[in-house]
Design a binder for this molecule. Structure first.
Ligand code: AMP
Length: 270
């Protein structure tokens, strides 16, 4: 870890990941390379135990470092940082969970569905920011609430780190890429397309209630459980009271035991 800070005199661009890389992650690395003039591009690969709710989910999380390193080859990354759990959370370092911003606890979206998840995310991201001292960091819009949580946390902590958002990268048929997609069987893979279809179907609706109803109609028949299908303020993720400002449609559903997320701007951008 000392070496990273020594390498890093000018401030790096950090791309935090949990590995099991796909084109979505690689797009963030390309974005990092674009915005970094002279600094290093650092990709971290760390399956953070503190952000998992269930031990079984942590154990089932796909891990293949050799494959990840091969994928990163040629992307312009300078440092791949793969700490162990002991290095990230040494008992003597007393790595605390920072105060959580409202967007991590109030919206009743991922915060409600995965209690403690954002505490783990804020803890690991804070620790990565301390260790890598980036001048900017790239996060995917795929995890929209996480992106807003990190932005709010950086503001609260007064860190001079620019948070850059990368758009969602999708498979050809529209499914948002995710490391969890590999756990879907053929039928589940087909049913998973309904998340994207629900977002598309809601795009032309005239109001939030109608948009939410349409998303539920598309999802209810095809997935095992709908955790939420909602339109929210894009930054606070609280319910929309007046249709002003940026809004976001967000869906989360269970398909074949896999929790899938997707989101998009709402209403449809013409
Ligand atoms: P993860 O390895 O799942 O923790 O994700 C690491 C980063 O990649 C996060 O900022 C995610 O939002 C981002 N990411 C994951 N999937 C995608 C995707 N399909 N498109 C863009 N970014 C993604």
């Amino acid at each position: 870890m000392r070496e990273i800070q020594e390498l890093n005199a000018e401030g790096c661009v950090l791309v935090p990941t949990m590995g099991a890389l796909h084109e979505g992650h690689l797009s963030l690395v390309h974005r990092a390379r674009e915005v970094s003039d002279t600094g290093l591009v650092v990709v971290s690969i760390f399956v953070n135990p503190t952000q998992f709710n269930a031990r079984s989910d942590l154990d089932a999380y796909p891990r293949d470092l050799e494959r990840d390193l091969n994928l990163l080859d040629g992307t312009g990354v300078d440092v791949v940082f793969c700490p162990s759990v002991d290095e990230m959370y040494p008992p003597a370092a007393d790595v605390r969970v920072p105060p959580l911003p409202a967007v991590a606890v109030m919206p009743a979206l991922e915060d409600a569905g995965r209690p403690g998840h954002f505490a783990g995310v804020c803890q690991v991201v804070s620790r990565l920011f301390d260790v890598c001292a980036p001048s900017s960091a790239v996060f995917g819009e795929k995890d929209w609430q996480q992106l807003q949580v990190v932005r709010a946390m950086v503001r609260t902590q007064g860190r001079a780190i620019e948070i850059i958002a990368g758009p969602i990268v999708r498979e050809q048929d529209g499914l948002a890429m995710s490391s969890r997609n590999s756990r879907l069987d053929v039928r589940g893979r087909e049913r998973a397309l309904s998340l994207r279809r629900a977002l598309e179907a809601s795009g032309g609706c005239a109001n939030v209630e109608q948009a939410e109803r349409v998303m539920h109609e598309v999802l209810d028949a095809r997935v095992d459980a709908v955790h939420y299908a909602t339109v929210r303020d894009a930054v606070t993720l609280m319910p929309v009271e007046e249709m002003v400002g940026e809004m976001r449609a967000l869906v989360c559903a269970e398909v074949g035991g896999v929790r899938l997320l997707d989101n998009g701007p709402w209403p449809r951008q013409s």
